[in-house]
Write a protein that binds this ligand. Sequence first.
Ligand code: IMP
Ligand code: MG
Length: 188
Amino acid sequence: MTGMNSEIYGDLDYILMTKDQIAAKVREIGKKLTEEYAGKEPVMICVLKGAVVFFTDLIRAIELPLRIDFMAVSSYGGATKTSGVVRVLKDLDEPILGRDVILVEDIVDSGVTLNYIKGMLIQRGASSIRIVTLLDKPARRKVPDLKVDYSCFDIPDAFVVGYGLDYDQRYRNLPDIGVLSPRIYGNK
Ligand code: IMP
Ligand code: MG
């Protein structure tokens, strides 16, 4: 490794998933969704910003007509723990009444964020909603009823970055997913 990335990789304790492992899993989930939604035209919703890298790979692994839309919410500040308060920063462009929705997240941690978004989409009359997440931290769930339909990887309770996931808006461009060294956020 050379240049900027070697500097960034120095902030990681270790790599959890390499880009090749991620790509293989994305293909597998794409195939499953292609089968499950055969004959339908789902709307895939990307929860910004963390899911954007996963989302752009996943939609290209689905061999069906589909639509995309984006939503941004905030539940985190610069810190590594959820505040429990969810705020919509950018809403969907299109109505989802009567549509089959696939909600794409980067990581389900407490589940508070996703549970809130799901409730909102149900209220708007989506005919079905499935949740797809890149990462799941089941040990930290605070919303036990929240069903995660597809998860690429279950991970332990550690703060991870890369492949879209950030700490304080950094590290999103790392191709792999790694555990951020606690010395980076230890003083917050
Ligand atoms: P939840 O509401 O606690 O499930 O929080 C989910 C959101 O918190 C995710 O969409 C991420 O933006 C953020 N988050 C939770 N854990 C991590 C992590 O380990 N790394 C980066 N972001 C995280
Ligand atoms: Mg997120």
